[in-house]
Ligand binder design. Structure first.
Ligand code: HEM
Length: 136
């Protein structure tokens, strides 16, 4: 299979897992706000980890395809750190936050981190400044 075709497939997997991650997170956030028992259901606790693992593998794979690596390349480092912050805040929001206020604050913070990562992905700039030169 040509490299370009494989890259498009892996990037599509990256996009699908990102969509699943944010939809699942918002849904679990709503359940957290409603204090629903669904949040504790086994599939709800396991499936996000499966999806997130595929997300991370597809992310690293796409990065190696274009010879860019986190901690070498600025925008990928920002994405990696943004993803890490999203995961930590997400865990506080959905499980570890001791008060409702902390959980809601962490939930909003996680959504902001996710939005930042999407903007960094779109601009390929950690400061989220779009530069047409990057696409030349
Ligand atoms: C919450 C986490 C993430 C989100 C929301 C996200 C979002 C995106 C989006 C929207 C794109 C498409 C950009 C475009 O084509 O204009 C993309 C592409 C990409 N992402 Fe991610 N990403 C995440 C995590 C990561 C991580 C952790 C890495 C690196 C280890 C990574 C590496 C890449 C690469 C290499 C591309 C392809 C860039 C290209 O087309 O040249 N992503 N990501």
């Amino acid at each position: 299979m040509p490299d370009a075709q494989l890259f498009n497939i892996v990037k599509a997997i990256h996009m699908i897992t990102i969509t699943v991650t944010i939809c699942g997170f918002v849904l679990r956030g709503i359940w957290m706000l409603k204090e629903s028992l669904l949040l504790k259901a086994l599939p709800v606790r396991i499936l996000p980890h499966v999806n997130d693992t595929i997300l991370l593998i597809s992310a690293v794979w796409t990065a190696t395809f274009i010879d860019q690596y986190p901690f070498v390349n600025g925008w990928l480092t920002a994405k990696m750190l943004g993803l890490l912050a999203y995961i930590v805040l997400g865990a506080i929001a959905l499980s570890y936050g001791r008060t409702r206020q902390i959980r809601i604050g962490a939930f909003v913070g996680a959504l902001l981190c996710f939005g930042y990562v999407v903007l960094v992905a779109a601009t390929k700039n950690p400061l989220v400044i779009w530069s047409p030169a990057d696409y030349a």
